[in-house]
Design a protein around this ligand. Structure first.
Ligand code: ZN
Length: 245
């Protein structure tokens, strides 16, 4: 391919499975294996049912994210940034593994928030998740907000919650202002994230998809790579950097 100078990347759960974090909709996905977990992830049930909240805090305490380390695919995107080619790194993931790999925080657009912070649903207080989980470990099964006593949850977008408008605006801007859009490890079935591919194409970018399974956008892509992400993405990034010379 001829040399792209501005690359926006969208990443989904598939980039973090090599780091030990299961995806949601793949064959071994969290929602696939436990549809009830998906139902419990709805914001209205979380607010209405203390038992759903207690189960959620136990799940956060045992979340694989706490032991996860970035992998070669995360590191490849750091290389892309250091080569001056990265316009923005949009992610559906809540694990902060891009930042831990070394991606500049200002380059990372977290569509679905982060599990590494907690938020109060009443007063919007944000606190480090570690502080709240320490309270769970100490025996509080549904720790209330330390400021107002309100219900807390992870600082992530649950089913039934809209994406934050300024975050979505930044993602749209990144999709519309690149000359190559790369979607990695995402099923491209969840909107508005999936629609970013269409936005990028409409505004003149080429599209490359790196994913184990077929996606609804494959027929619009200039290149579809179905190989394992841990090898395919570093190879693609090397190719882009070499082409940019
Ligand atoms: Zn509060």
């Amino acid at each position: 391919m001829n040399e792209p100078t501005s690359v926006s990347v969208l990443t989904g759960a598939g980039i973090s499975t090599d780091s030990g974090i299961p995806d949601y909709r793949g064959p071994q996905g969290v929602w696939t294996k436990d549809p009830q977990a998906a139902a419990n992830a709805d914001i209205s049930r979380y607010v209405a049912d203390p038992e759903v909240r207690r189960a959620s805090w136990r799940a956060r305490l045992g979340h694989p994210v706490w032991d996860a380390r970035p992998n070669d695919a995360h590191r490849a995107l750091v290389d892309l940034e250091h080569a001056g080619l990265l316009r923005a790194l949009i992610t559906q993931n809540i694990d902060e593994l891009h930042q831990r790999a070394g991606s500049a925080p200002e380059k990372v657009i977290e569509l679905h928030g982060t599990v590494r912070r907690a938020e109060c649903l009443s007063c919007d207080l944000i606190t480090p998740m570690g502080e709240v989980l320490a309270r769970v470990s100490a025996g509080e099964d549904d720790p209330p907000c330390p400021r107002c006593g309100g219900i807390q949850k992870s600082n992530t977008i649950s089913f039934g919650q809209n994406l934050k408008s300024e975050v979505l605006a930044a993602a749209l801007d990144a999709a519309r202002s690149c000359d190559l859009f790369v979607a990695v490890g995402t099923s491209l079935t969840v909107h508005p994230a999936a629609g970013l591919c269409g936005e990028a194409i409409d505004f003149g970018a080429r599209l490359v998809i790196v994913n184990a399974e077929p996606t609804p956008y494959d027929s619009f892509a200039d290149q579809v790579i179905n190989e394992p992400i841990g090898q395919a993405l570093p190879a693609l990034v090397k190719e882009l950097i070499d082409a940019a010379g």
